[in-house]
Write a protein that binds this ligand. Sequence first.
Ligand SMILES: NC(=O)c1ccc[n+]([C@@H]2O[C@H](COP(=O)([O-])OP(=O)(O)OC[C@H]3O[C@@H](n4cnc5c(N)ncnc54)[C@H](O)[C@@H]3O)[C@@H](O)[C@H]2O)c1
Length: 180
Amino acid sequence: MSALPDLNGKVAVVTGGASGIGKGIAARLIAEGMRVIIADIEHDALEKAAAELGATAVLAGVSDAGSVAALAEVLAAELAAEGSKVGASVLCPGTVRTNIGASSRNRPAGLAGGGLTDVDVSGDDNPFFRWIGPEDAGAVVVRAIKRGDLYALTHPEWYAMVEPRHQAIAAAFRQAAEAS
Ligand SMILES: NC(=O)c1ccc[n+]([C@@H]2O[C@H](COP(=O)([O-])OP(=O)(O)OC[C@H]3O[C@@H](n4cnc5c(N)ncnc54)[C@H](O)[C@@H]3O)[C@@H](O)[C@H]2O)c1
């Protein structure tokens, strides 16, 4: 992905920008001199956040985006292949102190039921969680955009959770190559 070292004067659209990680990202982008539009479905929180941050508010939802991480990975590869100056990064957040513990407040009525409930783990002081603030996550995003990183990771120490899966996939490729 192409690096974007100077964000000053550029425009950003942050979805889910009225709360939590989105709001933290918006705050950090504004601190970089960007003009930021925050989109969200929670009207009152959106207006409040826009006034607080100095952002432009747009009442809009993004619930039908499909698998956003996979979308960004494919988009980044296709843009790079085309030599585009537009990039895409995938934010992989660890534990960030937000309002996620009450996220069923925004669950579409059509998706009600199914046994999903909000679970508040914010009081869990297990050191593995290493809680960070929304603006810390925002700073990770700003760094990734500036450097042109595809993946923006807030908790690099969590690699231990994904390493066995990656090793198993690599081993399966080796076995398949030996068998063919
Ligand atoms: N907080 C964490 O530790 C953590 C960890 C991993 C992943 N995440 C993910 O990060 C994302 C942001 O969560 P958060 O922790 O900041 O929660 P949050 O509840 O504080 O903020 C989410 C914001 O998204 C808005 N929103 C919800 N549905 C929307 C829609 N369809 N269109 C537009 N906006 C919508 C909400 O109104 C809210 O303002 C979520 O996808 C969450 O699953 C969070």
